[in-house]
Design a protein. Structure first.
Length: 133
């Protein structure tokens, strides 16, 4: 957290967070999704996601108000029949203001940023995978 000695730690991989969000969207669209460590060389349909940006900052001023900002960027590769056919880059940022003692605002900004990013990613990926499920 900018301007403090606090840090955010997680045992989870942030890419996994995004993949779980994507899996949920694809299940809802009727796809059967399986996660793998590496895409098989002859995968009929595959998605590879890489985080290109992840930031969460809290800026405190002299007043009672704090400003929280969250940004997430990702590159998504679409694979068909063992070949990469498309690559997309996406980024989203959100910010909000709250009372200095409201610790939950940054988590709300991160959640909103991930949701907004999914709204960009899912239609693009669905369009590419639209041929026969």
């Amino acid at each position: 957290v900018k301007g403090t000695d606090l840090q955010v730690a997680t045992k989870d991989n942030i890419s996994d967070w995004m993949m779980l969000a994507l899996m949920h969207e694809f299940y809802s669209a009727g796809y059967n999704v399986k996660t793998v460590k590496e895409l098989p060389s002859e995968v009929s349909r595959g998605i590879k996601i890489s985080i290109t940006k992840f930031s969460a900052e809290k800026t405190t001023g002299e007043e009672l108000v704090v400003k929280d900002e969250a940004a997430i960027g990702a590159t998504v590769e679409i694979w068909k029949n063992g070949k990469q056919i498309k690559s997309f880059s996406f980024e989203n940022k959100n910010e909000g203001k709250g009372l200095r003692r409201s610790a939950g605002l940054i988590s709300i900004m991160l959640e909103r940023t991930l949701q907004d990013l999914m709204k960009q990613i899912v239609p693009s990926v669905m369009k590419e995978l639209a041929e026969e499920k």
